[in-house]
Design a protein around this ligand. Structure first.
Ligand SMILES: [Zn+2]
Length: 82
């Protein structure tokens, strides 16, 4: 895999370029799909097993962080009604 930074003359027109053989690109895409699947079952706050929670935002949280998240929003909602 090649990671190419543009030289000084082209740096103003181009950004970093990543190039790889087709087999490597296929492996990269597999790793991305695995990471996406893992993210859908891992709490984004603490890393414990979690699941997608839908509310104002879609987040992946374990049970403890989901309860904490809901309490935080209940507190916010109570404050905005005054
Ligand atoms: Zn958590």
């Amino acid at each position: 895999m090649d990671i190419i930074a543009p030289d000084d003359d082209r740096a103003r027109l181009e950004s970093l370029t990543v190039d790889a053989e087709p087999d490597t690109l296929t492996r990269i895409h597999v790793l991305i799909r695995e990471a996406e699947a893992e993210a859908g079952r891992t709490c984004e706050d603490c890393g414990k097993p979690g699941k997608l929670r839908r509310g104002g935002w879609v987040r992946t949280l374990c049970n403890e962080d989901w309860v904490r998240h809901q309490r935080r929003h209940e507190d916010d909602g109570a404050g905005s009604n005054t």
